[in-house]
Write a protein that binds this ligand. Sequence first.
Ligand code: PLP
Length: 636
Amino acid sequence: MSDWNIEQAEELYGVNRWGAGYFSIGDNGNIKIAPNHRYPDITIDMQEVIDEIKSEGIEFPAVIRFHDILRSQVEIINETFQKVIKEADYNGEYSGVFPIKVNQMREVVEEIMDAGEPYNYGLEAGSKPELMAVLAYNDNPDALTILNGYKDKDYLTLALLGRQLRRKMIIVIEKYSELEMLIPLAKKLGVEPMIGLRSKMMVRSSGKWAGSSGDRAKFGLSIAEILNVVERLRQEDMLHCAKLLHFHIGSQLSDIRKIKEAVTEGARLYAKLVQEGVPLEYLDIGGGLGIDYDGTSSTTDSSRNYSTEEYVADVVWGIKQICDLEKVKHPNIVSESGRAMTAHHSCVVTNIVGEIKPAGTTFDVSPTDDEHILVKNMRELYLSGDQYHPQERYNDAAGYKQNAYEAFKLGILSLPEMARLDTMYWQILADIHHSLDEENQFIQELEELEDMLASQYLCNFSIFQSAADTWAIGQVLPIVPLARLNEKPEVRCSIVDITCDSDGKLSKYIEGTEISDNIPMHSLNKGEDYHVGLFLTGAYQDVMGDMHNLFGRLTEVHVYCHDDEPGDFYIEEVVPGTSAEKVLQTMQYNTESMAKTIKKQIDRQVRKGSLAPREGVRWTNFYEKCLAGSTYLSVD
Ligand SMILES: *Cc1c(COP(=O)(O)O)cnc(C)c1O
């Protein structure tokens, strides 16, 4: 192990770069978590958490939530805004909201509300069910509730119910027709609404969500429409209800310049509207605060080129400057950061359950008497060692392999001949790779060769359930071994999941400051678990999972840090994952009658005498046990 240390592991996996101070590699080679930003010295050893989870008989995969990270993120954004507002002599307050679509889990929303209480931190909803949740969960009368998304009559009525409960519920008008629905409804019910206007922004953001702004954006009002709304409200004697101007130019904004541009545009619009007599009080800058998933601090889609402090400073100073120039009172600032609040707090911990090696199985390659010339040629190459230039050897091997394939289809090569030829082919590639590694030579296909020779580590999870964005939009998520980081990782591999879908694999890995097609991990030791962590899954990934292959939700483990507890942590709650039974039921299966059917069929075999009665009972029980059990692979 002398040729490897944890600094090198850090360099390779970049834990500090994307870990935001919460994750690092401990001296013992295990991943270490410092979940509370106020007490960075209180740290948790991931392996100890894993051991405790196992000792409670809970199987992996599991989502581990560090609730202190959630609280820390809420505190950081609120305190950063408060600090900058003070420094800038800004005459408004910060009044943030958490958009629950980013993670609607009740425990997450509750924790955020609790941590945000001292700052009157509120919630944002974008659909009817989300609105029903925020109505029940945001009961702080001083905190905002922002209502976005397309609305129908029930949606608007629920919002007015919120007003009846004396909540600061702001209905953000996305479309002119929503106003036409709202006005008579509010009058009929005799409830005064608080109204927000969502502006369709001219600034073009970059990245995956660039379509959220510009003329073709799905949401928001053009300047002409905003003026029509204002006119209409004035006619109805309701202009005093217009309280907030909103914009959201996209999620995961990677370039700070776009944010500054949007703030300038939004603040200018705000000031002009106030000058027109619209009594706005809040400027809502939406979400978009990015996460540095790949640790490069750059403008790649999975990164951001700014810090949270820089973001906050640009927002506050940007709004102040425009409002001062326009001689308009500083608005209270609302932001709707979801990703930045939640991404770090949860990770998926799972195990590698197998390895698929391209040249994993070898076959006796000794020559036989009458073997085909193609096999002989491959053997000559196989035995030639360094006689040829690696490129030449590679070309020849690939050529022979192609010819052999053609010959096999024509029935010319036998199965054992194919097996021998194939074994030698892969051995040749491994030799070439090895010699190139040693001599630092370069051939054009080296990268291709690396890919071809990489193992596939079979990982006990489903991409579609736990990391949807890696598949859907090419998002990079860090994946790291959770222990043995003081050992050199010698196996190049890619991570494939257990779905029957060839898309079920991670295809982008952080390797230093680059993105690779595969990643070095440690060789698997027989009889020893190898746990890996997929990090930064707390925003969107946690709740976007689907039912592909019927894997369902993972077991959840909620971890709190506490310095009086052994290991500085305790497991507060375990929420079991979806059982096979539950998943089947959501697809309309009647699992009870399925179990009965199986039992009937087993009984029939017992009556026929082809199964012993006791054996029959055992099979019946086994089927029922599997229905109640986990959908993921069991390792015991
Ligand atoms: C999705 C969304 C957000 C959250 O954006 P993040 O980039 O996750 O912070 C905020 N506001 C609106 C209107 C949204 O649609």
